[in-house]
Design a protein around this ligand. Structure first.
Ligand code: GLC
Length: 423
């Protein structure tokens, strides 16, 4: 400690730190980005290193937290309700912009984008442009797109002379054939999210959409007592009854599906885009070059459906460095970074042209059809009350999968609780 600081340390502890110890480079701005453990913080770091090289006056630190979308949101709730300026930029799930807009947590970007606003927004895939404009204001910019796909083991299907399934019935029948033939107690036919987490909302909605159902009826009221939602419950209980799914399905969060598939313990999985890169590149992967990706199956006679996902970058309304944070967000939401993410993490692009980039296709041959899956994917309910809606759906699906609630009980509970949200 210098003599100068020692003097102040005893006499004036309350002095702001900046006065007592000026930073090495007084011109430098430090920004802090919050990212979830599942959104490849290591890849974010590489992207930020590039940003720092190009902007020597800026340093960007990464804060990693929360293994699931809802855990990340719990942390952000605490930071943002206390108006804490500790975070400048945050990654938020595609289901959150309406909530962030209503709460005033994200700095609207319109005035920063200025005359460029419409041109900037016009470059994104329409679903991401729309998700990030709430009440006419740009709340965040898209970072990467996402959807759920069917991952399957090519070696096992070939061994039993089976084609990738196009219907849920085919999937179950293939799963039974391979499980019987392999006689491996660790091998299961199929997995999806079943824990009381965000991903389990999609586990409920995807088969409902795939059976032709809608979450809201023509009057904009929730429609969760439909034959189509019952088909979704039936599908999961059939899978359970046939032992196709892992016995602890009700405990499985999103990344556990990846871990199980990567260990060679699953024939099929319903999973998001990021898993491909892990299967192909992780040192412990047992499924490298034995995995393919396809659109999810449908019920016979229906169109397949998938759930739209993805992550956005928002500037905190409480940041003390908003102009610099916007500069960072624009970089993170650029075609250049979209391409880097596609190659380094199989994060799906938010710009249509990046899907056909030859380098991107080399790393992810399945991006050829993935763009169409993203474009035709369905959205979870858009609402400032989404956290509550999600909680109602995921806890009921989870209780059903755990065997503590019947389909009738789960549907009745969803109906009465959703009626209070959609008053
Ligand atoms: C993926 C999706 C996200 C979704 C989450 C659920 O991260 O991109 O939108 O909410 O999975 O587990």
């Amino acid at each position: 400690m210098t003599k100068f600081r020692a003097l102040f340390a005893s006499a004036a502890l309350a002095l702001p730190l900046a006065l007592a110890a000026p930073p090495a480079d007084a011109q430098q701005t430090t920004l802090r980005v919050f990212v979830g453990g599942q959104q490849r913080p290591d890849v974010m770091r590489q992207i930020l290193d590039l940003f720092q090289q190009r902007n020597p006056g800026m340093r960007v630190d990464v804060e990693v937290g929360g293994a699931t979308s809802d855990q990340q949101q719990q942390y952000l709730n605490t930071v943002l309700t206390s108006r804490d300026s500790v975070i400048d930029v945050m990654l938020i799930d595609v289901i959150r912009p309406a909530q962030f807009a209503a709460a005033g947590w994200a700095e609207p970007l319109d005035s920063y984008l200025g005359a460029e606003r419409d041109a900037v927004m016009g470059r994104y895939l329409p679903a991401y442009r729309e998700a990030n404009i709430v009440g006419g204001r740009v709340i965040a910019l898209p970072y990467f797109a996402d959807a759920q796909f069917l991952y399957y083991r090519t070696d096992l299907l070939q061994k039993y002379n089976l084609q990738p399934p196009r219907t849920w019935d085919e999937l179950m029948s293939h799963a039974r054939t391979v499980m019987q033939g392999e006689n491996n107690p660790n091998l299961r036919g199929f997995s999806t999210a079943g824990a009381p987490i965000e991903g389990t909302v999609c586990t409920m909605l995807v088969p409902m959409w795939g059976a032709g159902g809608q979450f809201l009826n023509a009057q904009g009221r929730p429609n969760v007592n439909s034959p189509e939602i019952r088909r979704s419950f039936q599908l999961w209980s059939d899978m359970k009854a046939q032992n196709v799914t892992p016995p602890n399905l009700a405990e499985i969060p999103t990344d556990r599906i990846r871990v199980d598939f990567q260990a060679g313990n699953l024939l099929f999985a319903m999973q998001w885009g990021y898993a491909w890169n892990r299967f192909q590149n992780d040192a412990d992967s047992q499924v490298k070059d034995k995995t393919r990706v396809a659109p999810l199956p449908a019920f016979a006679g229906n169109q397949p459906a998938t759930c739209i996902g993805g992550w956005q970058v928002a500037v905190s309304a409480f940041s003390r460095n908003k102009a610099q944070a916007v500069q960072l967000v624009r970089f993170l939401s650029s075609p250049e970074v979209s391409k880097m993410q596609a190659i380094l993490a199989s994060h799906l692009p938010v710009f249509p042209e990046v899907y056909s980039d030859p380098d991107v296709l080399r790393a992810n041959p399945w991006f050829e059809f993935a763009r169409n899956s993203v474009v035709t994917a369905r959205s979870r309910p858009v609402s400032p009350d989404y956290p509550e809606i999600s909680e109602i759906l995921r806890t009921n699906m989870n209780a059903f999968l755990a065997g503590t609630r019947t389909a009738d009980q789960a549907i009745a509970d969803m109906n009465s609780r959703l009626a209070r949200v959609y008053r």
